[in-house]
Unconditional design. Sequence first.
Length: 183
Amino acid sequence: MVRAWYMDSESNDQRLEHHRNPPEFITMDKLFENCGVEYFSLNAETYKTDGILDEIKRKRNYNYEDEIVCSKERLPNYEKTLKTFFTEHLHSDEEIRFVVDGSGYFDVRDRNDQWIRIEVVAGDMIVIPKGIYHRFTLDTKNYIIAKRLFCGNPVWTAFNRPTDDMECRKSYLEKLKTGFATS
Ligand SMILES: CSCCC(=O)C(=O)O
Ligand SMILES: [Fe+2]
């Protein structure tokens, strides 16, 4: 079961859970309403044949797919790349990740600029909207494999905060006011 919670403001080890005291969880429905992050629960054992991932890809036009392995042995420039992932940034396209093995945390800024930590494990798929500030970290197990989906030719460019003049940022802020359309 996917979990998401508001983070404390401690700056110790980013790989720890960082709950507030007492913990404050948020459901995936509320997360979508709050900041437009979408969540799909898939079956990591059967996704190749059960048709659910295929249907999401078809409906949303995700015609590009590859796989990223984050582990000390297999991620090129391990330390540096993880640092880049954890630097607060946004993209001009959605960031779509489907976890097939391992686990990690996606942190997103809610509409009040508070960090929400989303714990992802095998079977979890999240869609981080374009223009939202976010970051990623491994947890203490230091291992995740995720499929990266994309509409068209992938662009992974990260724009570090602050980058508030970008069109995608402005349209994201507009959606915060008008609401996120359900797909
Ligand atoms: C779980 S995917 C690893 C992180 C990543 O690809 C990203 O932040 O862009
Ligand atoms: Fe990102």
